[in-house]
Design a protein around this ligand. Structure first.
Ligand code: 0L1
Ligand code: MG
Length: 262
């Protein structure tokens, strides 16, 4: 690790304050260019610890930057991983308050719920499908704490991969009963189509993103517990939203999920 404990504590506090106070900041590597991957995930871990200490509950994990569309949009090359807590859950059909966010964007995703523990290294798509219970549509609301979404990968990891809200819903189906590579999605904002795609946009198969998450956790001595919810990553580019917008994700064979921004 390149940063000392005090610096990691300060950076975690600063980034979480930006989230809680809805204010943006410059990316961490502007002031700490030597920050390494372990530092970045250590900052993320500290943000999670602070939330849990205040009473938040773990709600799952997310993979980010998993599609070529999204990687191209953000000018990066590798996926990243973050956590979800219960504060981020938005009930299906419920409203998201933009006053609690900085500059939200939405992403259409496939959400997995597992039924047995998964451990890496060596986790594959097959292991993920064997361990999964259901899959269902999910809309992730991302809200980078970095000004104008300008960041590099390590800074994004420190900022918990821009996680802020998510809504899952529609029709849950058995993860093994569908070919998620060819499952089509239509993403709409205010009734207009803003994104079209299929599951294969996410690393060839959305379960590949979950396998990468499990292998990432394994490298850090952790596993993915049974019953975990995982957002596998945006199938299309992220779309900006503002108060008044209504977003719907339709997934082939899984119905639709919507949320409204107020
Ligand atoms: O979930 C995501 O793909 C977002 C990852 C973080 C980068 C961003 O804020 O766009
Ligand atoms: Mg996402």
């Amino acid at each position: 690790m390149a940063l000392d404990k005090q610096t990691l504590d300060q950076l975690a506090l600063h980034l979480e304050n930006c989230q809680l106070e809805c204010k943006d900041t410059l990316k961490v590597t502007d002031t700490h260019p030597d920050m390494d991957w372990d530092d970045a995930y250590a900052i993320q871990d500290r943000i999670l610890a602070a939330k849990l200490a205040r009473g938040s509950r773990m709600a799952g994990y997310k993979a980010g930057l998993t599609s070529h569309a999204k990687m191209k949009q953000m000018g990066v090359t590798d996926p990243v991983f973050g956590f979800l807590v219960d504060d981020y859950i938005v009930a299906e059909g419920a409203e998201v308050k933009v006053s609690e966010l900085i500059h939200p964007k939405v992403e259409p995703e496939i959400c997995f719920v597992t039924k047995v523990e998964l451990k890496g290294p060596g986790c594959s798509i097959a292991n993920v499908l064997a361990a999964s219970d259901i899959v269902l549509p999910g809309i992730e609301v991302i809200d980078s704490r970095y000004r104008d979404f300008k960041f590099d990968l390590k800074s994004v990891v420190a900022d918990n991969t821009s996680a802020s809200r998510f809504v899952v819903g529609g029709r849950a189906v058995d993860a093994r009963s569908v070919d998620l590579r060819t499952t089509g999605i239509v993403f709409e904002k205010n009734g207009e189509v803003v994104g079209l795609g299929a599951g294969a946009a996410v690393l060839g198969h959305p379960a590949a993103a979950v396998a990468m998450l499990v292998n990432h956790l394994g490298r850090r001595g952790k596993s993915l517990p049974a019953g975990s919810l995982v957002l596998s990553g945006g199938i299309t580019e992220a779309v900006s939203v503002k108060a008044g917008d209504c977003v719907t994700l339709r997934v082939q064979g899984m119905g639709s999920v919507s949320t409204r921004f107020v």
